[in-house]
Design a protein around this ligand. Structure first.
Ligand code: 2AM
Length: 175
């Protein structure tokens, strides 16, 4: 494979993913759209796009040595993006620690030739794709606090059944 489509993300543990899946199911009658499969739910920290195989291999090796500062983010609202048309779960305010981890990750990635995106970081977990309404449901389920201590590097592969995500590397948690 000459290139790989890669991104860094926080990946929920199975109970958290299950709860997020409930969030999707609760919003679906309002927003319609297609729920993400439970095992694919995640929060992207850095989207890299198509990456040359050689750089991808370097990232896979280096990711184990990148230490993410442990932190937490409380998901307490639904939101929508118009392009692509998605409904998401996210925090009303981005926690400072998560913002710092995002910024630190992009600084680290600059050594591999990546430039940070122009748009500000909008932490979110995509729940529904191809939604049919511009407004999110008025109220969200009880807030969900997500504690994290590592990130994963994920390869997104196109299959007949849609995107398939494969975790190709994990950062090392703090000792
Ligand atoms: P989304 O959930 O908001 O669609 C794999 O596609 C992951 O990378 C998804 O979380 C997706 O975000 C994100 N992603 C895809 N294209 C992107 C882009 N151009 N900029 C930022 N994130 C992107």
């Amino acid at each position: 494979m000459p290139t790989a489509r890669l991104f860094y993300a926080l990946w929920p543990d199975p109970p958290m993913a299950q709860t997020l899946s409930t969030w999707a199911a609760l919003a679906q009658p309002h927003s319609h759209g297609r729920p993400m499969r439970t095992e694919t739910l995640h929060m992207t920290l850095a989207f890299l796009g198509q990456v040359e195989r050689e750089i991808a291999d370097e990232l896979i090796d280096a990711t184990a040595y990148h230490r993410l500062q442990p932190g937490s983010v409380t998901l307490d609202r639904y939101g929508v993006f118009d392009r692509p048309r998605i409904l998401w779960a996210g925090p009303a305010q981005t926690p400072d620690g998560l913002q710092a981890s995002h910024d630190g990750l992009w600084l680290w990635l600059s050594a591999f030739g990546f430039a940070p995106p122009a748009q500000p970081f909008r932490p979110h977990v995509t729940l529904l794709r191809n939604i049919e309404r511009h407004d999110p449901p008025a109220s969200a389920p009880p807030p969900l606090t997500w504690r994290y201590d590592r990130m994963v590097l994920v390869a997104s592969e196109s299959t007949d059944g849609g995107s398939r995500y494969r975790v190709v590397a994990r950062s090392r948690p703090q000792p």
